[in-house]
Design a protein around this ligand. Sequence first.
Ligand SMILES: *[C@@H]1O[C@H](CO)[C@@H](O)[C@H](O)[C@H]1NC(C)=O
Ligand SMILES: [Zn+2]
Length: 460
Amino acid sequence: MGIVLIWSLIVALIRWITSKRRGAISYDSSDQTALYIRMLGDVRVRSRLGFEPERRGSHPYLYIDFRILHSRPESAGPLSARKVRRLLSFQRYLHSSRFFRGAPPQNPLYILDDDYTGQAKCMLEKVGSWNFDIFLFDRLTNGNSLVSLTFHLFNQYGLIDLFQLDMVKLRRFLVMVQEDYHSQNPYHNAVHAADVTQAMHCYLKEPKLSKSLTSWDILLGLLAAATHDLDHPGVNQPFLIKTNHYLAALYKNTSVLENHHWRSAVGLLRESGLFAHLPVEDRLKMESQLGSLILATDISRQNDYLAQFRTHLDKGDLCLGNAGHRHFILQMALKCADICNPCRPWRLSKQWSEKVTEEFFHQGDIEKKYKLDVSPLCDSQTDTVENIQIGFMTYVAEPLFVEWGRFSDTRLSQTMLGYLGLNKASWRGKLQEQTSSGDDTDPALEETDSEVLPQGSKEL
Ligand SMILES: *[C@@H]1O[C@H](CO)[C@@H](O)[C@H](O)[C@H]1NC(C)=O
Ligand SMILES: [Zn+2]
């Protein structure tokens, strides 16, 4: 997914706008959105130029496995050779263990206390609720939220019967998917994937979709949601490019992460043999459609999708009897599910915001440690969770959910936009508290309109 990229874009835009504002030029918010979108290309260029070529290739960091760096701060201090070896062998264990999973040796759910299992089951009765607490569900399932939730949904939609899926293969596939997410990532881990899958389920149930989608569409939508960030390294694309990561070369600097998530998902599908009984044309069609859904989550392409969506809505020409149009709506639904954190109730939304900020700052710390340019939004000294959120909500989430609300004008859409507004106000409130208690506010910031411009980044 490209969520990390989005955020870097926001800050770049904010910096740009602020520099313009200092030149006494003001913009209304639609201009700002346009500017933000224009920044999408520039950031990539800038981060490339920002990296001095002579350092490349000789940099000690360049060939290190990211997973090693993702030991959490608590396990502090420089990594000893032993720790590195342990981490590496852990990874190797995870990978090799796949080949011995003929029959899942122990279903992790069985080791749970009956009471927790009972409570998790109880939660699944409300799996279609927008207030579903995925964090609680993850605790109740002992960290197996993605497996439990997705399996439950496959069952509930009747996909197991319809596609004659082998339940053992399905469970094994889902366990592999869950394990290929990095639990060390504060944000891009299996709980995020479970959250996106749950949101996708909510959208699939919306009247316009539920009366037109086929079982094939539902199967694809759920699979794409569950796998859309598979094996995410916890750093963004510019980071992979500037550190010469092999994935950047493999995917020619384009949708590097999304291509990797997709190819990883295809690898697991083939390895599990989940659809081995289907005709090869169907399997290939599934793999390619899965790719087109996952690639749609690349946020640097958000503008294209949004423009296309608007055009359809203006013309009123979306016809969900048409397979191509249904696929487009699935892409939009997955995009919404992927960035729906700001539309959840505050107590959930706030936790996501803190997690994503932690992941950004962790990337920034690595960049500082290895004397790379610190990526936008990743500097714990200057960026704040409040600014990051307000920018993200204003320039990324809101435009998307407004269009989605036009397409699917339902109570759920109203609820999501309602929470979005409330959550933004909450972050603004926190910002205000800080500003009124702080004394070193930059006067250049005070004159800016807090309605459209996040404040407080000291390097602005
Ligand atoms: C990817 O970007 C890097 C850094 O700018 C550049 O050196 C490399 O040639 C690019 N690779 C491709 C295939 O465009
Ligand atoms: Zn995602």
